[in-house]
Design a protein. Structure first.
Length: 114
């Protein structure tokens, strides 16, 4: 089992920045990839960014150039630095981990509004 806990969401003005954090616990040695997904109001959950244990990253087109995913030195942390935020980035952001099974955190709300 893997447990994921997100933090760092909140209210930010358009053009602002936020940094999301996710801590993984449990059987973390088996994790081969972690990432962030989001679900906006009335929308389906969508990929934001992923990172593998080797450091390979993948971004949604909407995140490229504005968001950066990274992992901590201990490898059980994953971060999402979000810059130049737009109102359409408003969503619940979920941390995800995969070790052959998919695990999800409970999510953290990000609201971009003036």
């Amino acid at each position: 089992q893997v447990q994921l806990v997100e933090s760092g969401g909140g209210l930010v003005q358009p053009g602002g920045s936020l940094r999301l954090s996710c801590a993984a616990s449990g059987i973390i040695f088996s994790i081969n990839a972690m990432g962030w997904y989001r679900q906006g109001p009335g929308k389906e959950r969508e990929l934001v960014a992923t990172i593998t244990t080797s450091g390979s990253t993948n971004y949604a087109d909407s995140a490229k150039g504005r968001f950066t995913i990274s992992r901590g030195n201990a490898k059980n942390w994953v971060y999402l630095q979000m810059n130049s935020l737009k109102p359409e980035d408003t969503a619940v952001y979920y941390c995800h981990a995969n070790n052959g099974r998919n695990y999800w955190g409970k999510g953290t709300q990000v609201t971009v509004s003036s």
